[in-house]
Design a protein around this ligand. Structure first.
Ligand SMILES: *[C@@H]1O[C@H](CO)[C@@H](O)[C@H](O)[C@H]1NC(C)=O
Ligand SMILES: *[C@@H]1O[C@H](CO)[C@@H](O)[C@H](O)[C@H]1NC(C)=O
Length: 471
C-alpha cells in the first residue's frame, strides 16, 4: 500500500515538475514573443538609433502630432560594383542589339537599346540596373547610388548582367526537335562561366548579385547560384534555402499603366469604389481570387476588368484605375503582381489580399500608410471586404492618396536614374546587405587554410546551416 502511495506521490511530483517546466517555458515564450513584438514596432528603429547613434537624437520628433517623413534617405556611401563583361548573348543581344565584336556593351551615348514592350517590361529590372552601371562610367556627376569599378578586389558586390527575365519570355518554349531550349542552355552556360571566374571561386558566389525578377526566370541556374544575392519579385516559387529575405532583395515590377501626372482628382470625382483588373481563374494559389470574385461580383460599386492589362488595352485599364478610389490586389499564382504598382502609379489606393506578399523597400517604407491590407481569412467572409472599404472615410482615403503621390517615384524605373527612384532604391537595398555579405565571407574563411578548393565544402556547410536556422 505504502509503496503504491509513494508511487502515486512520486508521479504527482513528476507531474507537477513537468507542469512547472511547461509553465516556465510558456512564460519564457510569452516573454520572448512580447519582446520581439516590442522590437518590431515602428518605434523600434528610433529606440535603437537613440542608443547606438546619439548624434541622431535631434531627429526624434518632439511632439506626438509630428509625423516623421515617410522615407528618409540617409547619407550613404556609394556602392562599388564590379560587373562581368559577359558576352552580349546574355544581355543586350536578347533585346535584338548586335555587338560590333569589340565590346559586349552598347555605347549609351549614341544608342540605348530598347527593351521589348508590353508585359515583358514589368520584369525589366536587370536592364535598368545594367544601364545604370554602364552610365556611371561617363556620367559620374554624383547622385548615383552605384558606380562600376573595374578592379573586382575593390568592389562591394559583383553584378551578373544576365537578362534572365527576357530570356525566359523569349526562349523558354521547347523546340520540338530538341530536348532543350535556349533559356535553359544560356543558364547552363552562365553557371559554367561564373563558377570558372576567380571572383566566384574567391567568394563562393556570396558577394554576387543576380537578377531573376520573372518568377520563372533562372529556374535551372538558381539551384546552383543560390549563394548569390538574388533580385526577385517574390519568394513564391523558391524554397527558403535558395532565396529568403535575409539574403535577397525584392524589387518592384515596372508599372505598365502610365503615371497619373497632375492628378487633381479626389474621393468624390473617382466614381468607381473598387476596381479589379486581372484573370479570375489562376493556377496554384489562385483559388482565393476566384472565391473573392464570387463574393464581389454582385456588388454594383465594384468594377471587374478581366484578363491582362495588355489584352484589355492599356488606355482602358488606365482610365479604370484613375477613376477608382480603391484597386484590389489579390494573390494570383504568385504572391506579387504588377497590379500593385499599376495602382500606385494611378494613385488608386491598393487593397492587398495576399498574406505572403513581400513588398519592396519595406525597411524604409510603411505600406500601411498608403495601402489597405486585408487578411485572406477575413476577405473570404461574406460582405467583409465591401463593408470594410465602405467604412473608410473620405479623409482617410485622401491621406492615403496624398501619400501615394509622395512615394510613387520610388517605383519608377528610368534611364538615367534619378535620386530615390526604383533603380537607386534597389542599389540602396543591395548596399544594406553588404555587411551581411562580409559576415558570411568571413565565416567562410575560418578554415580556409585547410581546404583546397573551398567551394564544394562551403556548399554543404552553408546548406546545413540554413536548414538548422529554419528548424
Ligand atoms: C586591385 O585592387 C587591389 C586592392 O585594392 C590592389 O591590391 C590591386 O593591385 C588592384 N589591381 C589592379 C590591377 O589594379
Ligand atoms: C503638369 O503640370 C505642369 C505644371 O502646371 C505642366 O507644366 C505640365 O505640362 C503638366 N503635365 C501634364 C502631362 O499635364
Amino acid at each position: 500500500m505504502a509503496d503504491r502511495n509513494w508511487g502515486s506521490l512520486y508521479s504527482i511530483g513528476l507531474l507537477s515538475w513537468k507542469s512547472l517546466i511547461a509553465i516556465l517555458s510558456l512564460a519564457l515564450t510569452v516573454f520572448m514573443l512580447s519582446w520581439s513584438l516590442l522590437l518590431n514596432t515602428r518605434g523600434r528603429s528610433q529606440f535603437i538609433d537613440q542608443n547606438l547613434f546619439p548624434h541622431l537624437k535631434h531627429h526624434i520628433p518632439t511632439s506626438p502630432i509630428h509625423h516623421p517623413p515617410l522615407i528618409s534617405y540617409e547619407q550613404q556611401a556609394t556602392l562599388k560594383v564590379f560587373m562581368y563583361d559577359l558576352p552580349s548573348e546574355f544581355h543586350f543581344e536578347l533585346l535584338y542589339w548586335k555587338s560590333d565584336g569589340y565590346t559586349p556593351w552598347p555605347d549609351l551615348r549614341s544608342n540605348v537599346p530598347e527593351y521589348p514592350g508590353g508585359l515583358n517590361l514589368q520584369h525589366s529590372v536587370a536592364y535598368w540596373l545594367t544601364l545604370d552601371l554602364l552610365d556611371s562610367e561617363f556620367n559620374n556627376a554624383g547622385g548615383g547610388t552605384a558606380i562600376r569599378v573595374h578592379n573586382s578586389s575593390e568592389a562591394d558586390v559583383i553584378f551578373v548582367p544576365f537578362f534572365s527575365s527576357i530570356c525566359f519570355n523569349r526562349f523558354s518554349r521547347l523546340n520540338p526537335h530538341q530536348k532543350t531550349n535556349k533559356n535553359k542552355e544560356l543558364q547552363e552556360k552562365l553557371v559554367k562561366y561564373l563558377t570558372g571566374q576567380p571572383e566566384w571561386q574567391r567568394s563562393g558566389g556570396i558577394d554576387h548579385v543576380i537578377t531573376a525578377h520573372h518568377p520563372n526566370s533562372l529556374l535551372v541556374a538558381r539551384m546552383q547560384l543560390w549563394p548569390a544575392m538574388f533580385i526577385l519579385s517574390d519568394f513564391g516559387r523558391y524554397p527558403p534555402t535558395i532565396a529568403n529575405i535575409n539574403k535577397d532583395v525584392i524589387a518592384p515590377y515596372k508599372h505598365i499603366i502610365k503615371s497619373y501626372v497632375n492628378d487633381s482628382s479626389g474621393f468624390d470625382s473617382r466614381p468607381i469604389l473598387l476596381f479589379f483588373q486581372g484573370a479570375i481563374y489562376r493556377k496554384d494559389g489562385g483559388f482565393v481570387r476566384q472565391e473573392i470574385f464570387y463574393l464581389l461580383k454582385k456588388e454594383k460599386d465594384v468594377h471587374f476588368a478581366f484578363g491582362s492589362v495588355q489584352k484589355q488595352g492599356v488606355p482602358s485599364a488606365t482610365k479604370g484605375m484613375q477613376s477608382s478610389k480603391f484597386c484590389l490586389n489579390i494573390a494570383g499564382d504568385t504572391p506579387s503582381s504588377n497590379r500593385l504598382f499599376d495602382a500606385i502609379a494611378s494613385h488608386c489606393v491598393p487593397v492587398i489580399i495576399s498574406d505572403d506578399i513581400e513588398l519592396p523597400f519595406e525597411d524604409v517604407l510603411d505600406y500601411s500608410e498608403f495601402c489597405i491590407f486585408i487578411r485572406t481569412s477575413d476577405a473570404l467572409k461574406d460582405k467583409f471586404v465591401m463593408n470594410f472599404i465602405r467604412s473608410i472615410s473620405k479623409d482617410e482615403w485622401t491621406q492615403k492618396w496624398e501619400k501615394l503621390k509622395e512615394v510613387e517615384h520610388l517605383f519608377e524605373y528610368q534611364y538615367p536614374s534619378k535620386k530615390g527612384d526604383a533603380v537607386q532604391m534597389i542599389w540602396r537595398s543591395v548596399a544594406k546587405k553588404v555587411p551581411e555579405i562580409k559576415r558570411r565571407l568571413h565565416t567562410r574563411r575560418r578554415f580556409s587554410r585547410f581546404e583546397k578548393p573551398a567551394s564544394q565544402v562551403f556548399h554543404c556547410q552553408e546548406t546545413s546551416l540554413l536548414d538548422r536556422r529554419r528548424n
